[in-house]
Design a protein around this ligand. Structure first.
Ligand SMILES: *[C@@H]1O[C@H](CO)[C@@H](O)[C@H](O)[C@H]1NC(C)=O
Ligand SMILES: *[C@@H]1O[C@H](CO)[C@@H](O)[C@H](O)[C@H]1NC(C)=O
Length: 378
């Protein structure tokens, strides 16, 4: 080999390395910031920025035992789906939007435990004031974003430009909306009547964000609530029809399924309406991965068992869930290895489960389309 050809092959190699590195960066650098909205599935500490209320077990150990080593206000042993997405995209963990000292140049997490898609008044008008928590609905959270704008950009144009380069994660919303009639023990036919209003409210939220300049939006559906220890414990007697293999309450999973179908129909309408503006709306699926954790636990490195909370205390049934001794409360303990459980506290998921879901949203198969489209994932 001549010196010249040696040089040129060295150059080709270098070029290849640069190109490959560039490709890796392309995925990481796609978004300038992430703005996240939602409830306790993705609250990164908004409920506890002014101190931890006494009643709130979710801000006590063993919450936070994995990764952080201390409670952060996240309702899990560790990171949430939005945390994994931020890290995979090369961004810092999003600070809770109410944090006093945080900077929000890479985005903010507006999610707060208890949040609903519909405003509190809707439930109060239906006589459901007692089973609703007014911590901040989707529309309140969008107001918080609007109030934050002066902190993160100097002019309306600059905000629009930032939002155009950002990822918006809108949800999950709906879980707490359905909880309101469910925990008031309304019949399921009544609860089904809430679906159109909840989905319309989520649709209105998406449109408000698009009006602010958002073009890349992830919209998650709800979980199969019939598989969760809290519902299994409370509705055990009323419910008929358990899935033989899963041990989940079929009727409750049907409610989640119906919501998710309606939400996807709404998303299809919005895609069509905003197609000209280059808006990309991704449907993100919590339902399918959660069902897979139940039915094919071993594929995900989890224990094959009927739905069971990792952190809790013996109660009714085999779920390790006791309403008077919940995770974080006296008498409740964490299982030895949260990574082989999908249910953390009977209500929320473990860091391990959230990690699997986040990767499924980023690279497929749990989002339609996947957030990162171009990457070939082996
Ligand atoms: C904000 O930061 C200052 C200085 O680091 C610190 O003294 C203060 O306690 C912080 N405030 C909050 C609310 O975290
Ligand atoms: C639930 O927890 C309470 C308080 O720790 C305890 O007294 C009760 O026996 C538990 N229930 C069951 C069914 O184990």
């Amino acid at each position: 080999m001549t010196r010249r050809s040696q040089l040129s092959s060295a150059c080709v190699l270098l070029l290849l390395i640069v190109l490959l590195a560039g490709r890796q960066q392309a995925a990481a650098k796609k978004y300038a910031a992430i703005f996240n909205f939602g409830d306790s599935l993705v609250d990164a500490g908004n409920l506890v920025v002014d101190g931890i209320p006494d009643y709130l077990a979710t801000a006590k150990l063993p919450y936070g035992m994995t990764y952080f080593g201390y409670p952060t206000g996240r309702c899990s042993d560790g990171r949430l789906v939005v945390d994994f997405i931020a890290q995979e995209l090369g961004l810092p963990l999003l600070p809770p939007s109410k944090a006093k000292n945080a900077t929000f140049h890479y985005g903010a997490n507006f999610a707060i435990t208890g949040a609903t898609a519909l405003d509190r008044e809707y439930f109060v008008a239906k006589g459901l004031g007692k089973t609703i928590w007014s911590s901040g609905s989707l529309h309140t959270q969008i107001k918080w974003l609007q109030e934050m704008k002066p902190k993160i950009c100097k002019s309306p144009e600059e905000c629009k430009d930032l939002f155009r380069r950002s990822l918006f994660i809108v949800g999950e919303f709906g879980g707490n909306d359905y909880n309101s009639p469910l925990f008031a023990f309304q019949p399921l036919e009544e609860v089904h009547k809430f679906v159109p209003d909840i989905v319309d409210s989520i649709g209105e939220g998406i449109e408000k964000l698009i009006a602010e300049g958002a073009v890349e939006l992830v919209v998650p559906g709800v979980l199969p609530i019939g598989c969760f220890p809290v519902y299994l414990s409370i509705f055990r007697k009323q419910a008929d029809g358990y899935g033989g293999k899963s041990g989940c309450i079929k009727d409750l999973n049907t409610l989640s399924w119906v919501h998710n179908v309606a939400l996807q129909r709404k998303i299809a309408q919005l895609r069509e309406k905003h197609a000209g503006a280059g808006v990309r709306i991704m449907y993100a699926d919590y339902y399918t991965p959660a069902i897979q954790f139940v039915l094919h636990a071993e594929k995900w490195g989890m224990l094959k068992q009927k739905p069971r909370a990792c952190c809790g205390a013996p109660g009714v049934g085999v779920y390790n869930f006791n309403l008077t001794s919940k995770c974080g409360e006296p008498g409740a303990y964490s299982c030895e290895d949260p990574s082989n459980h999908w249910s953390w506290d009977g209500i929320h998921l473990t860091e391990a489960a959230y990690g699997h879901i986040a990767r499924g949203w980023l690279y497929g198969p749990f989002a339609e389309p996947a957030i990162v489209e171009t990457r070939n994932h082996q």
